[in-house]
Design a protein around this ligand. Structure first.
Ligand SMILES: Nc1ncnc2c1ncn2[C@@H]1O[C@H](COP(=O)(O)OP(=O)(O)OP(=O)(O)O)[C@@H](O)[C@H]1O
Ligand SMILES: [Mg+2]
Length: 319
């Protein structure tokens, strides 16, 4: 299709346009038992559903062809009534709408009412419609819960973990190693002594690489070769890069494509390295045990997967 497609955010004023999409898209599906609620939507019910968080409508030459409604529930944003009219299906519009929806969802309700930032974008799909389930899987959603015929699928936008002590930070690094593969970039940020190197030690142990992982004090980056047939670990300290040198230009004994690269303090420096990366932020947890009591010095770890690399990743191992 060559027509210009435009995706815009709508509120209740966009109800008529979105309702026309819902009627055409859901009307074209086979009858379901129990019937989908979408079948009984009216312009008024759609307007009411758009009241709180709005939705998206995609138009092709001004004609509405796809859309959805946002619905925030605790730390998740559900995409409701996601539909594409039959004439516009297989045009790539559905996947574009998903990307736009995920980007928009991350801004919905953030920081309001003291609520937690978003953890995941979720959808409910009908088990009787396997092509629909496959569509969500192709677009980075994984089945997490739900009772047939209702399946819940989610795409993780942010994982939060608490580590009470250094040993549990290392254990977390070990679990993180299980989701990484050659070519991956992990950017660790956190203040001095936050635990970036401690996490990397666990990662090195989990990957099974040679040498002790320590702060790369006198070298900008250290290569830990694999003991087995896994990837090498490249451990770099962007603080010492001074913010100018590029890791790519360093003469390392390995290609970054064959290694897992971890950059400490890489914010604003390492991002240019790869279009996909894992952002890991470590902060001293507050509101829990004061540091020092019983040796506890808890840290909060926030993992934000960025880019297409993580679409298929099963994050359940990190929990
Ligand atoms: N929950 C915890 N998680 C991580 N480290 C902890 C924790 N509790 C205590 N520690 C201790 O805090 C210190 C963290 O130091 P580490 O070198 O890992 O920090 P860093 O972020 O790499 O610092 P730098 O900015 O100097 O590179 C270690 O001595 C570790 O044993
Ligand atoms: Mg360090």
């Amino acid at each position: 299709m060559t027509e210009p497609i435009e995706i815009r955010r709508i509120g209740p004023e966009g109800a008529a346009a979105l309702h026309s999409v819902i009627a055409a898209a859901f009307g074209a599906r086979p009858p379901l038992d129990p019937p989908a609620d979408a079948d009984s939507e009216t312009v008024e019910t759609v307007a009411a559903a758009l009241e709180e968080y709005g939705g998206l409508v995609a138009t092709s030459d001004g004609v509405p062809v796809a859309g959805l409604i946002f619905d925030r529930v605790a730390d998740r944003v559900f995409l409701r009534r996601f539909g594409v009219v039959p004439a516009a299906q297989r045009s790539g519009i559905a996947s574009r709408l998903v990307e736009e929806a995920v980007a928009t969802a991350t801004t919905i309700g953030l920081g309001e009412d003291g609520r937690d930032p978003l953890a995941a974008v979720a959808v409910v799909a009908r088990a009787e419609l396997p092509h629909s389930v496959r569509f969500w899987t192709r677009n980075g959603f994984r089945q997490v819960a739900g009772e047939p015929p209702y399946l819940q699928l989610e795409r993780v936008v942010r994982l939060v973990l608490d580590t009470p002590d250094a040993a549990s930070m290392r254990a977390f690094g070990g679990r993180l190693a299980t989701v990484l593969r050659p070519g991956d970039l992990v950017v660790l940020t956190g203040e001095l002594g936050a635990g970036k190197t401690t996490l990397t030690q666990g990662l090195g142990a989990g990957l099974g690489v040679r040498g002790d992982v320590t702060s790369p004090t006198f070298v900008i980056a250290r290569v830990h070769p694999p003991l087995g047939d896994g990837p090498a670990l490249v451990h770099a300290d962007a603080y010492r890069l001074g913010g100018v040198a590029e890791l790519d230009d360093l003469d390392l004994d390995t290609s970054l494509d064959d290694a897992v690269t971890v950059v400490e303090w890489g914010e604003g420096i390492a991002e240019g390295l790869a279009s996909s990366r894992l952002d890991v932020r470590i902060t001293r947890a507050t509101g829990t045990t004061p540091p020092g009591i019983d040796g506890a010095d808890p840290r909060r770890v926030v993992v934000v997967p960025i880019g297409a690399r993580w679409r298929e990743t099963d994050w359940s191992a990190l929990g």
